[in-house]
Design a protein around this ligand. Structure first.
Ligand SMILES: Nc1ncnc2c1ncn2[C@@H]1O[C@H](COP(=O)(O)OP(=O)(O)OP(=O)(O)O)[C@@H](O)[C@H]1O
Ligand SMILES: [Mg+2]
Length: 388
């Protein structure tokens, strides 16, 4: 039995990590500069499945070989500031092997109310401090626990957008900025890296603009064709399997270079290997249906169910078109709508079904979603699904 080397889900390191040299260099340079007293802070952002978590994991792994560096990855969850403090403390004590009870004692004496697992919480006599001060004190205590001469503490916050929906915690970046600037001034070398969804930087800039100037935005883009081929060819070669060049091109085309989709397609192809240990276009066709089923269950069905019949006429027009990009005028003239398309297009963009890469131009969110819609056979005139 061959072991499938590809991943069906997000949030895990691939068996073979491809590309991302520029991103890793940027992270390492930021680390170097932090080590020499000029701390840097990054926000890596990009669409779902582009490889944000994997990049953090890879960087954490690579940097861990160096002396005096303490990287801690903190996967964020919805919650208030107290929840974020607990998360930071627990992850740091786990990763850095710091005795937690000793830690809690110190933090408790700061007057910060941190609920413990099980609902217990320390009584606090001192009034609650502001979040910026709380972050500063907590990070200060953690930093002072690191036992080397010139340690670099690297905080890796994964999925910042999860706490940006909340009115209280959406100010996290300006609060963290205050805390980090204070700590950095005191000679504590702390580097902060966060990942976030594609729109996060615009959301932040809208609300706070210059308040977040210490965080450098870095957009994570799709893989190139060569990088994608490497990610597939290296692990299958080890198992004496090969994919036809045409198959690799199709995977590139359908996935648009997004690692998550590439992994699902490659996973499905691997399941279909023929008796010669190859994947040709015949196997690929079955694999692409299998991939669509995985994605339909996970996201496309729910996504599609949120569209109205009028919106479905637009989705159908886009799915059936040979062009990727359609103009506003083309949609208006050809979608057989009962009204102007503006409001419908806006709503489709908001629901994350289509994207608007430039003014007056629209396209479906990705090629796999396009293929999914095509297979649904929506009736262009009524916006309803055709019965077989
Ligand atoms: N550089 C890479 N080479 C090969 N595979 C990769 C690479 N980066 C990510 N992947 C794979 O792609 C999938 C998605 O990656 P990851 O979970 O890191 O994306 P993400 O941007 O964090 O996704 P999400 O938006 O869901 O948080 C995973 O299966 C991962 O193993
Ligand atoms: Mg992730």
């Amino acid at each position: 039995m061959k072991h499938n080397p590809f991943r069906k889900r997000t949030g895990i390191l691939p068996s073979y990590f491809t590309g991302r040299e520029n991103e890793l260099n940027e992270l390492k340079e930021t680390y170097n500069s932090t080590k020499h007293g000029v701390p840097g802070h990054l926000i890596l952002y990009g669409p779902k499945g582009i490889g944000k978590t994997s990049l953090l994991l890879k960087f954490q792994k690579e940097i861990s070989n160096l002396d005096e560096v303490y990287p801690v990855r903190i996967p964020l969850m919805e919650g208030n500031f107290d929840d974020i403090y607990s998360l930071i403390i627990e992850k740091c004590s786990d990763t850095l092997n710091i005795n937690i009870s000793h830690f809690w004692e110190k933090i408790n004496s700061l007057g910060i109310n941190i609920p413990l697992i099980g609902g217990l919480s320390f009584s606090r006599k001192i009034p609650k401090t502001s979040p910026a001060v709380a972050f500063e004190k907590i990070l200060n205590i953690i930093y002072d626990e690191l036992d080397s001469d010139n340690p670099v503490l690297i905080l890796l916050f994964d999925d910042l957008q999860r706490i940006m929906g909340n009115d209280e915690t959406m100010k996290i970046l300006s609060i963290l900025q205050n805390a980090l600037v204070e700590l950095n001034l005191k000679g504590k070398n702390i580097m902060f890296v966060a990942t976030g969804s594609e729109d996060i930087f615009y959301k932040i800039q809208d609300k706070l603009d210059s308040a977040v100037r210490i965080f450098e935005p870095y957009l994570i883009g799709p893989l190139s064709y060569e990088e994608l081929c490497e990610a597939i060819n290296v692990p299958i070669k080890e198992q004496n399997v090969s994919f036809d060049e045409e198959v690799l091109q199709e995977i590139y085309e359908l996935s648009s270079g997004i690692p998550y989709y590439m992994q699902i397609l490659a996973y499905s192809c691997f399941e279909e290997i023929n008796k010669d240990n190859k994947v040709t276009m015949d196997e690929f066709k079955r694999a692409s249906i299998h991939s669509l089923n995985i994605l339909a269950q996970r996201e496309f069905k729910v996504l599609f169910s949120k569209s109205t019949t009028e919106e479905r006429k637009i989705l159908c027009l886009m799915a059936e078109s040979d062009e990727t990009l359609l103009s506003y005028t083309y949609i208006k003239d050809n979608a057989n709508l009962n009204s102007e398309p503006s409001a419908l297009l806006k709503s489709l963009v908001n629901k994350n079904m289509i994207i608007k890469p430039s003014r007056g131009k629209y396209q479906l969110k990705n090629n796999l979603f396009k293929l999914y819609l095509k297979n649904l056979r929506i009736n262009q005139d009524t916006g309803l699904l055709n019965q077989y």
